[in-house]
Ligand binder design. Structure first.
Ligand code: NAP
Ligand code: MG
Length: 485
């Protein structure tokens, strides 16, 4: 494919430049085949990208009227739709996500995010109010302005790169910020499209800059960079901590979208006909490489055996294979290393006494495949119930008492997503309210839409993305006060 064969460059201002840093070997995880090599950015390239972003923030994008920014973002949405098939193919080859889903991530999530945030560009306003100041009750009027934070450093993971990139770029640009984005070393290829298409959509050079590179040098240089005003990071909790430490030099703002260990809570009156396929996909979609994956199945003792039996039947229908082939539902894991990690966790689960009810095996193929897997007899203190595996592994935990179950639900360091399955409306809301996470769905799992705020409690993150809160993260408030008496 021509796009993959062409050299992958960095975008700095309007120039596509070859990196001079370490070589990144890009692999197709479904075949364990080399796709291309990329020369990563150097720290000097990062400096140049930051300077280009600062220039655009100061002189062009940061000064543009909201309606003009909206026009660019709307055009970008059109271009993403136009190129969704080609982009979806690249993402499938690079990341392993099955083709139809890969295209849908670009066409729906990607384009929809740009269109949604385009709408906000003309609606960013402050407030005005009267106030009485001090003992003398001086008469003041206060006006607040909502200004863009400035130059944003975005660091994204490999697990759904088009969605992750759109989710950083659209709200930041809507706010009037400019950006330097680092692609994920394990799935960097789709990022170049965003650079190309944003320029085509009319974003002035420097509005969006792209660097490829490894986290421990390029990512670290961005996190510590004095010219970056904010880091917007999606990735693991472990790296999130490193970013916070690196950011303390210039006290840049940081938002973090981190890992999860999300619960799915199933009561005896749940509509299992509807629930079973959703529960399965909530855990196994993207081969479990999703931050909001429902990896802990809290299932009431009265229906435990039935739910497990029906899940096993359903999981058999989930086709596993190269996502470029028609009809595949689950693709490979991203790398040989990730496969070893997932298999390692399954061994730990068995060593700790959990029972393998389904899966647990690799597939006879060069690619990094692991079958969707289900463990029963899991207790909440086991590592399989506490730690993020980031693979297709569901842990079923039996419960009887609602209060005890909720204590266990909230016993991990994470709090990202979750779901409650019952027809009893009081119980549904009571339990949803008690789950300590940024998002909980009732009789579904995780509503991902541009309007719906998403983010983590506890060590699942800082701040929210999507929706108005996602925009707020790129704005700062200034209060201008005037004494009138
Ligand atoms: P990761 O290892 O934390 O990497 C994420 C990004 O951070 C990559 O671009 C990585 O660079 C970079 N990075 C690594 N070390 C760094 C450092 N010292 N300083 C700055 N940047 C650094 O995560 P991942 O394995 O790619 O992705 C999986 C994780 O992301 C999971 O924990 C998952 O739950 C989480 N995630 C969360 C959400 C959410 O919305 N909450 C969404 C998706 C994924 P490289 O290119 O070298 O890897
Ligand atoms: Mg790859």
């Amino acid at each position: 494919m021509a796009y993959i064969e062409a050299p992958q460059k960095l975008l700095i201002g309007e120039r596509w430049v070859e990196g001079a840093g370490r070589i990144i070997d890009v692999e197709n995880p479904a075949r364990a085949e080399h796709l291309t090599s990329i020369a990563a950015a150097t720290v000097g390239d990062v400096d140049n990208a930051v300077a280009a972003a600062r220039h655009a923030y100061t002189y062009s994008w940061g000064k543009m009227a909201g309606k003009d920014r909206a026009a660019v973002l709307n055009k970008m949405a059109d271009l993403l739709e136009l190129h969704a098939d080609r982009m979806g193919e690249v993402q499938c080859l690079d990341n392993g996500i099955p083709l139809e889903m890969s295209k849908a991530v670009v066409r729906y999530l990607g384009a929809d995010l740009f269109r949604y945030y385009a709408g906000w560009c003309t609606k960013i306003t402050g407030d005005a109010f009267n106030t009485a100041v001090g003992l003398k009750k001086m008469d003041f009027m206060v006006n607040t302005l909502r200004d863009p934070i400035g130059v944003i450093g975005a660091i994204v993971p490999w697990n759904a790169p088009a969605g992750m990139i759109a989710l950083k770029v659209a709200p930041a640009l809507a706010a009037g910020c400019t950006m330097v984005l680092k692609s994920a070393e394990l799935a960097p290829l789709i990022a170049g499209f965003f650079g190309e298409l944003l320029l085509e959509a009319g974003a002035p050079p420097g509005t969006f800059n792209l660097v490829h590179g490894y986290g421990d040098d390029v990512g670290a240089a961005m996190s510590a960079h004095p010219g970056i005003d904010k880091i917007s990071f999606t990735g693991s909790t472990e790296v999130g901590r490193k970013i916070v430490q690196a950011a303390c030099g210039n006290l840049k703002k940081v938002t973090l979208e981190l890992g999860g260990k999300s619960p799915m809570i199933v009561f005896p009156d749940a509509d299992l006909e509807r629930a079973i396929p959703v529960l399965a996909m909530a855990c196994y979609v993207s081969t479990g490489q999703a931050c909001m994956a429902g990896t802990r199945l809290f299932v009431h003792a009265d229906i435990h055996d039935e739910v497990v039996a029906r899940l096993k039947e359903h999981v058999k229908t989930l086709t596993v294979g190269d996502g470029m082939l028609p009809g595949m539902i689950l693709g490979p894991l991203i790398s040989a290393r990730q496969k070893e990690r997932v298999l390692g966790y399954m061994k730990i689960a068995q060593d700790e006494g959990a029972e393998l009810a389904y899966g647990g095996e690799t597939v006879n193929s060069a690619g990094h495949f692991v079958l969707p897997s289900l463990f029963t007899g899991v207790t909440s203190t086991m590592r399989i119930a506490q730690e993020e595996v980031f693979g297709p592994v569901m842990a079923a935990i039996k419960f009887t008492d609602e209060a005890t179950m909720l204590t266990e639900v909230n016993s991990t360091m994470y709090g990202l997503s979750g779901s409650v399955w019952t027809k009893d409306i009081q119980r549904a809301f009571r339990v949803a309210r008690a789950v300590d996470s940024g998002q909980v769905a009732i009789n579904h799992h995780a509503a991902v839409s541009p309007e719906t705020p998403f983010g983590g409690n506890r060590q699942s993150g800082w701040g929210r993305e999507f929706g108005k809160e996602g925009l707020d993260g790129y704005l700062k408030t200034k209060a201008i006060s005037v004494r009138l008496d």
